[in-house]
Design a binder for this molecule. Structure first.
Ligand SMILES: Cc1ncc(COP(=O)(O)O)c(C=O)c1O
Length: 385
C-alpha cells in the first residue's frame, strides 16, 4: 500500500475540530473522537508538494478560479471516474458545499417556503434550511436495516405540495451511506420535473463508494432545474483549505450564482490553497484506489466486531461514505444514557444519531488508521460491559 493509511499522525494542537475541540461535542476532551467527517489520513504527497511550492512564492494576492486549469481538473475527474462528460462552462468555485446549498436555497425559494429532504440527514442541513427561514419537510429514508427503502408515495405527496420549492438530495447519503441507483435518481428527477421542484444534489461523498455499488451524478438525468455541489475535500482530507465547486447546467442560474458569489457575498478571490489543492487532488486517482479498499476493510472490522460481540449494537456495511451508521435500538438505554457510558466510561466520542434525526443510531467516522478503529471498538465494549 503506497499511501500509508496505517500511519498514526498526531493531530492535537493543530486547532483540529475533531481532536482539539472534542469538548464541544462530547463535553470533555479526553475522548478518542470518531466525529466530524474529515479523515486522519495525510493528503496525497502530490497535493502537499503543490501547496509547498505555492507557499514558497511569498505573495498571496487576489486569485482567480475561473480558468481552464481549475475547471478541466473537475470535468476530467467526472469523465475518468464516473464516465460522465460535462462542459467546463457549468463549473464554478464555491468556498464550501454548504455555502452553495444555502445560496441555491435562497435563489429558488422565498422565506416561508419549504425545502424537502430525506431524513435522517447531514446535520448542517437543519441549520441551513431553518436559519434561512425556510421550512424543512422531511421524508423518511430507510437505512441498511430496511434495505435503504425510499417511501416513493411519501416523497410524491411532499413534492406535489405547492409550498415545496426545493428537494435537497445527498448522494451518497450522509449518514446512512446509501448510494442512489441510476433508476432511483431518474425517479427523483421525474418527480422534481413534474412538480417543478428545484433539485440540489450534495455529492461530496461521491468518491467513497464500495463495490459493487456505483455512483451516478444526478446530472446524467437532470439537465435544467438542478445544481450538483461537491468537492474533493472529503476524499482527500482538505476541508480546512476552503474549496468546493458546483456543476450548474442552467445558464441563468449559473450567472445568478456568480453575482451572488462575487457581488452579494463579495467573495473577490478564491482561496489559493483550496483551488490549487482541488486541481492537484483530481490528479490523484491512485490515492482513491488505495483509500477505498482500506476504508472497506475498516468497515469489515466494525461489522465483524459487532457480529462477534454481543453488545446489543448491530451494523451492516454501508454502500458508500466513511460513516458507520450503527443500530443501537436493541439497547435498553436512552440515547443520553448511552452517550454517558461511551464518553465517561469508554472515553470514546461517537456521534449520537439524533444529531441526524434518528435517536436509535450512532454515527462513527471510520476514516482513520485501523488501529484507531480497533481502539475505538474496544472502548465501546468497555463502555457497554
Ligand atoms: C453531506 C455533506 N455535505 C457537506 C458537508 C460539508 O461540506 P463543506 O465543508 O464543503 O460545506 C459534509 C461534511 O461533513 C457532508 O457530509
Amino acid at each position: 500500500m503506497i499511501e500509508g493509511f496505517d500511519k498514526i499522525i498526531n493531530r492535537h494542537n493543530t486547532y483540529s475540530t475533531q481532536w482539539d475541540y472534542a469538548i464541544d461535542r462530547f463535553g470533555r476532551n479526553d475522548v478518542l473522537p470518531f466525529s466530524i467527517s474529515d479523515t486522519d489520513f495525510a493528503v496525497p504527497k502530490e497535493v502537499q508538494e503543490t501547496l509547498k511550492k505555492r507557499i514558497e512564492h511569498p505573495i498571496y494576492g487576489y486569485t482567480r478560479w475561473n480558468h481552464h486549469d481549475y475547471k478541466s481538473a473537475i470535468t476530467n475527474w467526472y469523465l475518468k471516474r464516473f464516465n460522465q462528460k460535462f462542459s467546463e462552462d457549468i463549473v464554478a468555485y464555491t468556498p464550501s458545499v454548504v455555502f452553495a446549498i444555502s445560496d441555491f436555497i435562497k435563489m429558488h425559494s422565498s422565506p416561508g417556503e419549504a425545502v424537502a429532504t430525506f431524513i435522517p440527514m447531514y446535520d448542517a442541513f437543519f441549520n441551513t434550511i431553518e436559519s434561512n427561514n425556510r421550512l424543512l419537510v422531511p421524508v423518511k429514508l430507510g437505512d441498511a436495516y430496511s434495505h435503504y427503502k425510499i417511501d416513493w408515495d411519501g416523497l410524491e405527496r411532499v413534492l406535489c405540495q405547492k409550498n415545496v420549492k426545493i428537494f435537497l438530495l445527498t448522494n451518497p447519503h450522509n449518514p446512512t451511506g446509501k448510494v442512489f441507483s441510476a433508476s432511483e435518481l431518474e425517479h427523483i428527477v421525474s418527480f422534481c420535473e413534474q412538480y417543478n421542484v428545484f433539485l440540489i444534489s450534495d455529492d461530496i461523498h461521491q468518491d467513497i463508494v464500495y463495490k459493487p455499488n456505483k455512483y451516478t451524478p444526478v446530472l446524467k438525468y437532470a439537465k435544467k432545474n438542478v445544481v450538483l455541489c461537491s468537492s474533493g475535500s472529503k476524499t482527500f482530507n482538505t476541508p480546512g483549505l476552503i474549496g468546493a465547486y458546483i456543476l450548474c447546467p442552467n445558464k441563468v442560474d449559473y450567472e445568478q450564482y456568480l453575482i451572488d458569489l462575487k457581488q452579494k457575498n463579495a467573495l473577490s478571490s478564491v482561496s489559493i490553497f483550496g483551488m490549487l489543492s482541488q486541481i492537484a487532488e483530481y490528479k490523484c486517482e491512485k490515492y482513491v484506489d488505495h483509500l477505498l479498499p482500506y476504508l472497506d476493510k475498516n468497515m469489515d472490522t466494525v461489522e465483524k466486531f459487532f457480529t462477534e460481540k454481543d453488545l446489543g449494537l448491530k451494523f451492516i456495511k454501508p454502500q458508500g461514505t466513511y460513516l458507520a451508521w450503527i443500530d443501537s435500538s436493541a439497547l435498553q438505554l436512552t440515547e443520553d444514557e448511552l452517550q454517558h457510558l461511551l464518553i465517561d466510561k469508554g472515553h470514546v466520542g461517537i456521534m449520537k444519531g439524533s444529531t441526524y434525526g434518528d435517536q436509535n443510531r450512532l454515527r462513527m467516522n471510520i476514516a482513520c488508521p485501523r488501529s484507531k478503529v480497533i481502539e475505538g471498538l474496544n472502548r465501546i465494549e468497555i463502555a457497554l460491559s
